[in-house]
Design a protein around this ligand. Structure first.
Ligand code: Z16
Length: 830
């Protein structure tokens, strides 16, 4: 294959229209001054990191004006605000995205060129803000982008982890974890707001005091920390709106007092410093898994108490009557992690605002809303009562009372039905069930894709749904096209703008206008050449970072996501082993060259997931170095998959692997990023894949495997017998045998025995069951790709039909149907 047409956009540059108000010469001067004042250096001597800092501070200057103007407007209008409470915000890099949303990207690129710097290279100096694990954290980040772009008043509330998601290295094929010291050079965009610090209390006991016939609950003998907020700007696209991501740091309450000779005081001071330090030290690296650690519960209460206290204080600055809280505030709880907010709000309303229970409960349940992101049982948080009540004694009392009243309600509705109590109580079996607390305390419960919400209503949360169906609703996830197309794929972004104008940047449904071009051969060539350029960019990245040569003319087949058994990276690599076997043993067999690209972090303690990474790398070692297959298969494991390299990967993908066991992936959001960038889905009918197929048509995807219904039916009947497949399917038996005969582990043939056992004993993720169907779908990919026009059309249709999956659409639905927010306009009078 040669390059038939190189597309170079002249007119279509996005963002030209706003350049008028950008002062290029002033900006250049500011960069030079910043290098001088920050680093006492002339710009010629600055390191790239220092130039990054200087540029970011120059950009920040523009941001601050808009930030102040936005909040002035919010206060003037006394607007309703959503507080998006989340343990995770997977923001990635800020500089490039901020420039994009300020619409200054091209202008700053030019200014830096003139100073002798390449903006791309400067962007690469910034560490990712990796304050999240995967889908849930990145969703929160996309939501903030959309909220600001749509002009909705919003705060993201989270934790300023000292160390974010670990950096992954691959040593000898194994994952090794390294600390992510993302703040070591400072974060130029953050602003510390010490004046908004609040106190958060842990432990001790509760003393009840009766005054004038009313009980007061006073926490005593507690330890406490000072929660100090750092604000990060979240910039709307081209609209002067700047919202805030507020992340909390912990400090000791009393300053370390060196001249104190009182031993007790001294130890107490050290203790408080240690407590503060440990709370925000590190992000728990578990995706879809609950570890039940005390420190994790501390983190949760820490940022929730701080965020809710601050929100109430802010509300009271503009409003007199606390009963009006639901008219001005919504707390959206991102999964069960922040659901202690229900009890914390009750505590503040009763113990600090002096309300009675019924009043406080009415306000709370009109202010809180809950999003469920998973049906995976091991992800549901259930805290031992012993731990919960010791750490949060007053909160526990409140949870007990919430439970008592909720159970009464259940018994009232279903007299004598103990099963209902067992299935729905907040406290049961010595545990605090956080999902049940969330549902009891919320006015809205939503799932994240149509299928997921259906499964919640019909199975996982059936009893709750039957009790209060109107509480349940679906909000299918989305992604921001500003980061995942405009920033990540400038060639395609410019091409689209050339064809249909730039409205897609803030209204992604415009992409459907591309449909008229999908049969146009010139357009097909342009589109596929952009894909080819992006594949060259990724091939370069892989060469630089992994030292593997890949051919950009091969099919780039990509599975990037957290490593989890239910996501079935194992199915993918088993199939690669199968293809390799065929190439080696069937003289008739041929296939179009394919590069299988993986990227995935395994939670540090997840043994089997780490073994799967080792297997992928071991297969890569064998296959990549076997000259006899003439490079038909390459396997690449991209180290340290994260938001910044994801942007390069999505743009370069031909095939999007979305192969979870049906019913397990609540939504998926990577699937949408691939689609937007023109990669058809190879997947199961799971999560949002169902809706992708609905939008693009089943003929423009490669669908295989059991349906969610079928999977759940097998599960009700106690699973299936994988040995039936082992016995009857020769191809499967061959790859399974290769897991234990040393084919991929010469030095230790038993290395992968655990994987073999998991597949042959139970195969709870139906990998063998779906194997043939997957191989068949892969065969179809192989054939379809060789029809150049057909493939180009399919790829283009995927982009053209991706409009629904903008997080702008998702946020409009949340804002209208759950939050009842009003849009605000911000103008900058200079
Ligand atoms: C997470 O990333 C997700 C769910 C969850 O309960 C916890 C974490 Cl850390 C993911 C889902 O697995 C994924 O399907 C979904 O797209 C994403 O959350 C956003 O909703």
């Amino acid at each position: 294959m040669e390059i038939k047409y190189i597309y170079l956009s002249k007119e279509g540059m996005n963002q030209m229209k706003m350049l008028a108000d950008f002062d290029k010469e002033g900006f250049k001067k500011e960069v030079i001054t910043n290098v001088k004042t920050l680093f006492r250096k002339p710009i010629e001597e600055a390191t790239p990191q220092q130039v990054f800092q200087a540029v970011s501070y120059a950009v920040k200057d523009d941001i601050i004006d808009r930030w102040i103007a936005t909040h002035k407007e919010y206060e003037k209008k006394n607007v309703k605000t959503v507080y998006y409470l989340s343990m995770e915000f997977l923001m990635g890099r800020a500089l490039g995205n901020n420039l994009i949303n300020l619409t200054y990207y091209d202008a700053v690129k030019e200014a830096l060129d003139e100073l002798g710097f390449d903006l791309n290279f400067i962007e690469d100096q910034e560490p990712d803000a990796a304050l999240g694990n995967g889908g849930l954290g990145r969703l929160a980040a996309c939501f903030l982008d959309s909220l600001a772009t749509l002009g909705y008043p919003a705060y993201g509330c989270g934790i300023r982890y000292k160390y974010g998601m670990f950096k992954q290295g691959i040593k000898d094929g194994y994952q090794v974890e390294m600390p992510d010291d993302w703040l070591k050079d400072g974060n130029p965009f953050e602003v510390k707001r010490s004046e908004y610090a609040v106190e958060v209390k842990f432990g001790g006991y509760v003393r009840v005091e009766n005054k004038n016939g009313r009980n007061y609950f006073i926490q005593e003998g507690y330890q406490s920390v000072r929660a100090v907020p750092y604000d990060l700007p979240v910039i709307g696209y081209g609209n002067n709106v700047v919202n805030t991501l507020r992340i909390w740091d912990a400090e000791a309450i009393q300053e370390f007092c060196l001249d104190s000779f009182d031993k007790g005081e001294y130890e107490k001071a050290v203790e408080q410093q240690n407590l503060a330090k440990t709370i925000v030290e590190v992000l728990y690296p578990n995706d879809n898994h609950y570890a039940g650690k005390e420190l994790r519960l501390r983190q949760q209460y820490f940022f929730i108490s701080a965020s809710v206290q601050r929100a109430i204080l802010k509300f009271k600055e503009l409003n007199k009557d606390i009963h009006k809280l639901p008219e001005k505030v919504t707390f959206q709880m991102n999964d069960t992690h922040p659901t202690v907010a229900v009890a914390e709000l009750m505590r503040i309303l009763m113990d600090e605002e002096g309300l009675e229970w019924d009043d406080a409960w009415d306000i709370t349940t009109r202010t809180c809303a809950y999003t469920n992101h998973t049906i995976m049982a091991e992800a549901l948080e259930k805290w031992p009562i012993e731990l919960f009540s010791r750490l949060l004694p007053r909160i526990y009392q409140i949870v007990e009372e919430i439970n008592r009243r909720f159970v009464l309600k259940i018994q009232e509705m279903y007299p004598g039905n103990q099963d209902k109590v067992k299935n729905m109580a907040v406290l049961y079996d010595g545990q605090v069930k956080m999902a049940h607390l969330a549902i009891a305390g919320s006015y809205s419960v939503n799932g994240v894709a149509a299928l997921h919400t259906k499964i919640l209503e019909e199975r996982e949360l059936k009893d709750f749904y039957e009790m209060r169906p109107e509480q349940f609703n679906n909000k299918t996830n989305g992604i921001t096209q500003r980061r995942f197309l405009l920033h990540a794929n400038p060639l395609l972004a410019n091409w689209i703008t050339d064809k249909i104008g730039d409205e897609w940047i803030t209204n992604l449904s415009h992409l459907k206008k591309l449909k008229v071009y999908v049969n146009d051969e010139k357009c097909q060539h342009e589109f596929m050449n952009i894909k080819y350029q992006n594949k060259i960019r990724l091939a370069k990245y892989i060469k630089e970072h992994n030292n593997v040569d890949v051919d950009p003319r091969s099919i780039f087949d990509v599975q990037v996501k957290r490593l989890h058994e239910y996501k079935r990276q194992l199915l993918n690599i088993l199939h690669v082993m199968h293809l390799y076997n065929r190439l080696k043993t069937e003289p008739e067999f041929d296939m179009y060259p394919r590069t299988f690209i993986f990227g995935a972090k395994a939670s540090a303690g997840y043994k089997r997931a780490k073994l799967i990474i080792k297997l992928i790398n071991s297969v890569a070692d064998v296959v990549n170095n076997d000259a006899s297959i003439e490079g038909k298969i390459k396997v690449v494991f991209i180290e340290n998959y994260r938001v910044s390299n994801a942007e390069i990967i999505f743009a370069a993908a031909d095939v999007s692997e979305q192969i979870s066991t049906a019913s397990r992936e609540a939504s998926g959001t990577g699937n949408m990023k691939f689609m937007l960038n023109g990669a058809p889905t190879l997947g199961t009918m799971d999560g949002a894949n169902v809706e992708i197929v609905e939008e693009v048509g089943i003929e423009n995807a490669f669908i295989f495997g059991l349906s969610a219904e079928e999977v759940m039916k097998y599960e009700r009947e106690g699973g299936y017998n994988p040995m039936d497949i082992y016995n009857n399917n020769q191809a499967v038996r061959r790859v399974l045998t290769q897991l234990i005969d040393g084919t991929y582990a010469k030095d230790d043939p038993d290395r992968f025995r655990d994987l073999y056992d998991s597949l042959t004993k139970e195969d709870v993720y139906f990998i063998l069951k779906d194997f043939d169907s997957y191989a068949e779908a892969q065969q179809k990919v192989n054939e379809a790709y060789q029809d150049e026009k057909g493939w180009a059309k399919m790829a283009m249709l995927n982009t053209a039909c991706a409009g629904k999956f903008s997080s702008d659409r998702t946020i409009e639905e949340y804002a209208k149907e759950i939050w009842k927010l009003k849009k605000v306009k911000v103008s900058l009078d200079k």
